[in-house]
Design a protein around this ligand. Structure first.
Ligand code: GFB
Length: 322
């Protein structure tokens, strides 16, 4: 495949650049807004879902023609944990394809200088060699529980590549590992494992319960990254990277779901027992990403899993609990 512009390139992200953060109320988008504001970016364009439905093509086109952002960070997506992905496959593929197609095409047609697309580590084959390198994309079958979401995200990567190859447009994409932090979804069924367990342990502690049910066998391995580290990496890549290939963003630290459950239990202060519900799916056995490409560019994460959990539980108590 012809790959123009495959090396790193310097893009000056001006402090006054008009940056549209799509999905600014979510886990990733809100972390990006905090990061950009801390760095002194003053011209952020933010629209909530009630003001702009990103699945509506004509609304998205009108928005871009009216506001003409310089830079777009596409963090809006329908996301969820293993149960939500398994239960609502039509929503996961349709809504994500609609959002990303509308935003990417409108950004291209309205003169956006740089677009950043965010995907997920579930784009890789279920049995990809570990740690997973960027080159593993499309080398084998996907994990069935999140195939629809993964296919939408793979389409997003390919759209960025297509526009770069055909038009030399500066669209880049990054694939974060499993994320957590403030503004996560703490829904008991539809969330990812970390916020789901945090809420369950907290409620069990408050109600004086003796047991908490945890899904699956506890054997799957997962890599977790605090969303503030991800936001830092996104800004870093916006400024330092311009290439056709997506970039993995991980912490390099892997834990089993059993180890994670024990750690969340300790941080929350629940003193009862864990009961494993093996009727629930484990999902992919392991998905540790190889983030050496990003490390080679000069970025490494800073927040340990324990510190990140303490920070997230504090946020949960101050926000969700209230
Ligand atoms: O975080 P999670 O839903 O997503 O589940 P994936 C990770 C593991 O934790 C699975 C187990 O083995 C679950 O069975 N688990 C244990 C739980 N207790 C719970 C619980 O209370 N809630 C949840 N949710 N899991 C997602 C994909 O896969 O990863 C998404 O479905 C996305 O598409 C995301 O890519 C990053 O890591 O398995």
């Amino acid at each position: 495949m012809a790959c123009p512009n495959t090396t790193t390139d310097s893009f000056t992200l001006d402090k006054s650049a008009k940056i549209y953060v799509a999905g600014h109320r979510g886990l990733v988008g809100s972390a990006l807004v905090r990061k950009l504001q801390t760095l002194g970016f003053t011209n952020l364009l933010l629209k909530s879902h009630s003001d702009l439905d990103l699945t509506n093509q004509s609304h998205v086109q009108n928005f871009f023609s009216t506001h003409k952002p310089d830079v777009v960070i596409l963090a809006a997506a329908k996301v969820g944990g293993i149960h939500a992905n398994n239960t609502y496959p039509a929503d996961f593929i349709t809504i994500n394809l609609q959002i990303q197609t509308n935003v990417i095409t409108s950004a291209f047609h309205h003169g956006v200088k740089k677009l950043f697309f965010l995907g997920s580590s579930c784009i890789y084959p279920k049995f990809a060699p570990q740690p997973i390198k960027e080159e593993s994309l499309l080398t084998g079958p996907l994990e069935p529980t999140n195939e629809m979401y993964a296919i939408a995200k793979i389409a997003g990567i390919k759209m960025c590549q297509g526009y770069r190859i055909q038009y030399n447009w500066d669209a880049i994409s990054a694939m974060p590992t499993n994320l957590y932090g403030p503004n996560d979804n703490f829904h008991p069924e539809n969330s990812h494992v970390l916020p789901g367990l945090m809420r369950r342990f907290h409620e069990a502690k408050v109600l004086g319960k003796k047991e908490v049910v945890v899904w699956g066998t506890g054997a799957p391995l997962r890599e977790f990254l605090h969303v503030d580290d991800l936001a830092d990496a996104v800004v870093f890549l916006m400024e330092k990277y311009s290439g056709v290939e997506h970039v993995n963003v991980g912490s390099g630290v892997e834990v089993s779901i059993k180890e994670l459950a024990e750690l969340v239990k300790e941080v929350v202060g629940f003193e009862g027992e864990l009961v494993w519900d093996t009727s629930k799916p484990d999902g992919t056995p392991r998905k540790l990403m190889d983030s050496s490409k990003l490390a080679g560019l000069g970025w490494v994460p800073k927040i340990s899993l324990r510190d990140g959990l303490v920070d997230t539980y504090k946020w949960y108590l101050e926000n969700v609990e209230q």
